[in-house]
Design a protein around this ligand. Structure first.
Ligand code: TXA
Ligand code: MG
Length: 394
């Protein structure tokens, strides 16, 4: 096993959550030791606005190689290089006008740009590809660490390969303790799912991984943008352009199944609600309205869960805040992942919920679906992967 060949390292945890980046000298002093460690080829996990990253010097082959070992990551899966100022992009890649415009519009922020690499970027970092993925993160600890170390920082998400990405330092500690030198604790991340990846090496810019920055937001800056065909047809065996997207990522230990309203049901419910409205019978609260709409989903999840529990299995249910109470008594664990009226809360809570199901040791997980545009699309991309594309329509 990978973990047995890794030399045991003592991991130091540095808390910057309550430190004030405005007090620059103090803030910088906190990060001096991990920055020094990065410069010398060590591994440091740090918070970003999306998920925690596991960093190493991107231009040092041996250092980048350590990342693969610590994560148990396949070596054909390239790393994202993190920079602290836009100009650094020109040193790493052959930059075009679209990249400059996108960087100006979204950096620092949750967008990763793929460009043809320059020679200084080792193949160890790019997983053997002639392209490199670059991002300037929007987190004061990440930016300070990169600046102070004086190196560009290759960083995948700081989880063991195949586990959900870490959204709190506790997740990183769970996966990486004893494998890396430092973990910087910046508290819970803001966004909760990984950056949007856009490939600018083809004729038309292509989204390889959806995220907080949506296709529509990108199109406002560079015109037409397409989705990687592998995103649109995940079950048809099309090879995704981002090598990492082919793995069953984010998989919880229990078997996860999504339950979703089919278009017909949704239409029928809407019609009957219209009629209800005309007759003056409206739900009292927004939560009541959501529960009413989700009723067929709730009923199916309850009956699936009951069936498994009767057969002696442990069951988890992933609900929304609004529907949480409807599942009482039907599962060993029920988690309200977020609020349907604010999709950002679902993104922020998703990976922690998947980890909590692992901790609870459930055999089966039934989850409500969170279809929608924008961030909803990115959330569903992760959830469907976690579920191995298993969906029941009601
Ligand atoms: O939000 C994020 O992007 C986080 C934080 C830490 O910045 N990082 C992250 O890294 O999610 P990781 O390694 O978990 O995911 C990187 C993805 C993988 O799917 C990888 O295949 C893809 O980016 N990727 C990296 N370089 C690429 C390249 N040159 N061409 C295509 N895809 C690339
Ligand atoms: Mg990852």
């Amino acid at each position: 096993m990978q973990s047995e060949i890794i030399q045991k390292t003592e991991t130091q945890i540095i808390n910057v959550e309550s430190a004030d980046p405005e007090k620059h000298l103090e803030y910088a002093a906190l990060l001096a030791a991990p920055a020094h460690c990065l410069k010398n080829g060590g591994l440091v996990a740090f918070p970003t606005e999306t998920v925690y990253g596991l960093g190493a010097d991107a231009l040092n082959e041996a250092a980048a190689g350590k990342i693969y070992a610590a994560k148990g990551r396949p070596s054909d899966n390239p790393l994202i290089v993190h920079i602290a100022d836009i100009a650094a992009m020109e040193e790493l890649a052959y930059v075009n006008e679209q990249a400059r415009l996108l960087a100006e519009a979204f950096w620092p922020g949750p967008l990763t740009i793929v460009l043809p690499k320059r020679e200084i970027v080792p193949y160890q970092t790019t997983g053997g590809l002639d392209t490199v993925a670059i991002r300037m993160p929007a987190h004061p600890a990440a930016l300070e660490l990169i600046r102070q170390s004086g190196v560009y920082v290759a960083a995948p998400s700081a989880n063991i390969s195949g586990r959900p990405s870490p959204t709190k330092a506790a997740h990183v500690i769970e996966d990486m303790s004893g494998r890396i030198e430092y973990i910087i604790d910046g508290g819970a991340v803001g966004i909760g799912i990984e950056s949007t990846i856009i490939d600018l090496t083809g004729e038309i810019p292509a989204v390889l991984r959806p995220g907080y920055v949506t296709k529509e937001m990108l199109e406002q800056i560079v015109g037409r943008v397409v989705l990687d065909p592998a995103l649109e047809n995940p079950t048809e065996g099309i090879r995704p352009k981002a090598p990492g997207m082919k793995y069953t990522h984010y998989a919880p230990q229990g078997e996860l199944t999504l339950v979703e309203l089919c278009d017909d049901t949704r239409r029928r419910i809407q019609d009957s609600r219209e009629r209800g409205k005309q007759e003056g019978g409206l739900p009292e609260t927004e939560s009541e309205e959501v529960r009413e709409l989700q009723q067929p989903v709730i009923l199916r999840i309850c009956s699936l869960a009951d069936e498994k529990r009767q057969a002696g299995y442990r069951v988890g249910i992933m609900a929304s805040k609004e529907t949480l109470t409807a599942y009482a008594g039907h599962a060993d664990v029920v988690i309200g992942v977020g609020d349907r009226s604010a999709f950002c809360t679902v993104a922020a809570g998703l990976y922690a919920a998947l980890r909590d199901f692992d901790t609870a040791g459930v055999d089966y997980i039934y989850a409500e679906s969170f279809y929608g545009d924008g961030l909803g699309y990115a959330v569903m991309n992760r959830l469907l992967k976690a579920a191995g594309q298993r969906v029941i329509y009601v």
